[in-house]
Design a binder for this molecule. Structure first.
Ligand SMILES: [Zn+2]
Length: 559
């Protein structure tokens, strides 16, 4: 997934005006950072776009069958990356002295024998139709489980002490099914749920997690297009067929993790003597209190459960300082993609050249250059190519829960995902970096590189929570992705936006995301150099970075 790509059109209309400095002197693709010592600059200059090209060419080859998670092609990609790590002299940081960290997963497919029924106090029952009216998964990874529980409406289902917001108000929801809204209370006040920007509290993943933590057995999310920012078809498509999860690890899970259509919620409210619009309006108040409905959910969940495994690939270059080498800067890029669809006629291999062989090529080139540098930074450098990003950031979630060194000792994570090989960039996107205390360094390095920092065009879409760096942020590590913006040398911004739009509509998550000889990996090399300089700085600074005061990830860092 590439952050921001799906919003290209709205960017076009917004036409963000950036204070662009005139490009005098050196161009971004031939720059060095004045802060770095000579040997570091020398190493950085050897970052070679043609090396990145070769990695991309191989990793997106048809023979790798789209690098599906838990599939042969994905495993070959992992072995290829592990082999490169070994050749560059990285220390293996996976299981049993290898580069591979096993990630145990299960695939869950809802079985047609599943039933999902509302039962009113008077005994009237209403069966819901799968996909058309509801979607639901049993997160407890059982073949069969049963729910027969009262439904409690909990508004947005958010408990956020830092915003003085609590939809639960201490009500015991153990064993209940919670009906709730997606997104978060609306506001323009940047101090209240970050104003227009979406915080993690607004994501459906948070809502499931919070409900399970409170002992609820099920969640029913009410889908409303304007609130979710995507139509029911998206919910339906991403909730049909097999879905992958990390194997149970003691984290509380829901027997019913579900969505219903707005019309279904409307009927449910009516049957309870309520009005769904009024319920939604009530949820906007800080004084909202949970409402018990006189209706039960009776569900018989039947699932096909398929255990499988895949691997993260992890290596390390030890730092030179006797003490600081216990700390590290982490580089991440997912290697998995969507695999192959045997039932699809014609080209059915999802090669994933841009998404994300490019990111892999970049961290491989970084590993090589750091490995060969005449001088190494004081802190260690970790390189992790993670699996199952396309399955919901699962490989990085596992890495965050099982980091090769303690999360508190990881100074920074720089993630690469889907870096367009289309020339020489004059902008960089580092959304989320501004939330960390490392941001002044990011700004200084960007300036050195004559790269203009391009702001997130659509913070309300919550892209920050949809890429691998988020998994590391959740365990407190200051993390963000590095990508090129929309402005390239020799072209105007409209050209860049056009390229992005064409990629999104014609190639993103399609078999045509393939390698072409004509690709220009200058951009990828510039982003690699930029990340090299950032990583070197973070690995050399006196103090490790943290989150800005009050940030939602600050607590995890302090812990
Ligand atoms: Zn991706």
């Amino acid at each position: 997934m590439r952050k921001g790509l799906l919003v290209v059109l709205s960017v076009l209309t917004a036409s963000v005006l950036l204070a662009q400095s005139p490009h005098k002197g050196r161009a971004a693709d031939e720059l060095s950072s004045a802060h770095l010592p000579g040997p570091a600059i020398a190493a950085m200059q050897t970052i070679n776009p043609e090396h990145i090209r070769q990695h991309v060419r191989f990793l997106s080859h048809d023979l790798l069958e789209g690098r599906g998670t838990g599939q042969r092609g994905g495993d070959i990609a992992a072995e290829y990356i592990a082999t490169q790590f070994a050749l560059y002299g990285l220390k293996p940081m996976g299981d049993k002295g290898t580069y591979l960290q096993k990630v145990p997963m299960v695939g869950i497919t809802p079985d047609p024998a599943t039933t999902f029924t509302f039962v009113s106090a008077s005994g009237t029952s209403t069966d819901l139709k799968p996909l058309d009216e509801y979607v639901g998964y049993d997160q407890t990874q059982q073949h069969e489980s049963d729910v027969d529980a009262n439904i409690v409406y909990v508004g947005y289902g958010i408990e956020a002490p830092e915003y003085n917001w609590d939809d639960y108000k201490g009500v015991d929801v153990k064993g209940k099914v919670l009906l709730m809204l997606v997104n978060e209370p609306t506001s323009d006040d940047p101090k209240f749920f970050k104003g227009r920007a979406l915080t993690y509290y607004g994501r459906w993943t948070y809502k499931y997690e919070e409900a399970a933590r409170k002992g609820a057995v099920g969640v029913i999310l009410i889908h409303k297009t304007e609130m979710a920012s995507y139509p029911w078809e998206v919910v339906r498509n991403s909730n049909s067929g097999e879905k992958s999860y990390l194997k149970l690890d003691g984290t509380p899970k829901l027997k019913v993790a579900s969505w219903v259509q707005l019309d279904v919620a409307r009927e449910l409210a009516k049957a309870s003597g309520l009005n769904v619009e009024k319920m939604m309006a009530d949820a906007l108040s800080r004084d909202f209190h949970p409402v018990s409905l006189p209706v039960k959910l009776k569900a018989h969940m039947v699932s096909k459960v398929r255990p499988f495994e895949s691997n993260n690939v992890v290596g390390m270059l030890p730092g030179t300082d006797a003490k600081l080498k216990d700390e590290a800067v982490l580089y991440t890029a997912h290697y998995d993609h969507l695999g192959i669809r045997p039932d699809m006629p014609g080209d059915n291999i999802y090669n994933g050249a841009e998404d994300n062989a490019t990111g892999c090529g970049i961290i491989l080139e970084l590993a090589r250059v750091f490995g060969q540098a005449a001088e190494k930074p004081r802190r260690s450098l970790l390189f992790a190519s993670v699996t199952a990003e396309e399955q919901g950031l699962l490989g990085s979630e596992y890495l965050g829960k099982h980091p090769p060194i303690a999360a508190g000792k990881i100074a920074l994570d720089l993630n690469y995902d889907d870096i367009p090989p289309i020339g020489s960039p004059q902008e960089v996107e580092v959304s989320g970096a501004e939330r960390t205390t490392f941001y002044p360094t990011v700004e200084a390095v960007a300036k050195e590189f004559r790269l203009v920092i391009r702001p997130d065009a659509q913070p309300e879409a919550g892209h920050y929570y949809r890429s691998d760096h988020f998994s590391l942020a959740r365990v407190g590590i200051p993390s963000f992705s590095v990508n090129s913006g929309m402005k390239y040398k020799g072209h105007d911004e409209a050209w860049g936006l056009e390229q992005a739009e064409e990629y999104t509509t014609k190639h993103y998550h399609q078999p045509s995301d393939e390698y072409h000889e004509s690709m220009d990996f200058t951009a990828d090399a510039v982003m690699a150099r930029f990340g090299f300089a950032l990583g070197w700085e973070a690995a050399s600074q006196a103090n490790v970075a943290g989150w800005q005061k009050g940030d939602e990830f600050e607590a995890a860092r302090v812990k």
